[in-house]
Design a protein around this ligand. Sequence first.
Ligand SMILES: Cc1cc2nc3c(=O)[nH]c(=O)nc-3n(C[C@H](O)[C@H](O)[C@H](O)COP(=O)(O)OP(=O)(O)OC[C@H]3O[C@@H](n4cnc5c(N)ncnc54)[C@H](O)[C@@H]3O)c2cc1C
Length: 257
Amino acid sequence: MKQNHSQSSGAERLIPAERRLRVAEVRKTTPITPHMQRITLASTALMDFPARRPAQWVKLFVPTPESEKPNGRAYTIRHFREELCEMDIDFVLHGDGPCSNWAEAARPGDVVQIAGPRSGFRLDPEVTHLLIGGDETALPAIGAILEALPAGLGVNAFIEIPEDGDAQIIHSQADVEITWLPRSGWDAGTVTDLAAAMMMADMPDKTCEVWFGAAATVVRTVRHHFQVNRAMPRHRLTMSGYWKKGETDFRDAEGDQ
Ligand SMILES: Cc1cc2nc3c(=O)[nH]c(=O)nc-3n(C[C@H](O)[C@H](O)[C@H](O)COP(=O)(O)OP(=O)(O)OC[C@H]3O[C@@H](n4cnc5c(N)ncnc54)[C@H](O)[C@@H]3O)c2cc1C
């Protein structure tokens, strides 16, 4: 039988699962630390949600009072409970954007749209040491990654947070040493301690991998250091700018996520 190639079949027209927009509602809001609000989203639309790896992220669309068009931003899946059709997303309350403001005021029953999941962390079995770091926007991803790591892996984690009280308890089977770097009053994206800690970190003479997410300018410095000064192979580096001062919905064109 002759096929008409200008028409796609029903199967071809199916939207891939990670591109589908799913409506979910707020089931619970939980203040985690002074600058982090956990929102538990639930929906039967999450029944076949293909979350498989730690630190996968979604595009989250929240409604805004001023416009009908929802604002889409990248957020990490902190936990996904398939059996309950629930996911937790931890929002940094930075006080200056539709998503941060929405999370601060969210109430059970509020509705959002979710597209994803995308990316996620996969540990190369050859790797014996992980250097991981980021600011508070990457803390949900770092937490999810640390919780999923196997015993026997050596890990150094450097995490910048707004203040001491924003540190979290994170469990891991791996041999993890976390250094919290509170900004103690300085604005996000203006201090150099995180970049310095990453760049001075010991990389044991083993097979190492580096994962890093933070403000775009900080990521650029750290990326340059590992690519050029330490000449690390590209496939052992995962680095992404998570936000940029003065830009809404920032996308890191050089990012790995
Ligand atoms: C892969 C990925 C995963 C991410 N996961 C998370 C996550 O799990 N939790 C989370 O909170 N964020 C996460 N982020 C960062 C988040 O997408 C951005 O912070 C986003 O800009 C927040 O949207 P908004 O509507 O609040 O602010 P926007 O409208 O995007 O920005 C408004 C203003 O706020 C500034 N701004 C944005 N973020 C911050 C910040 N953190 N601190 C200070 N100023 C800021 C902007 O520069 C801009 O001037 C992730 C980003 C990426 C790329």
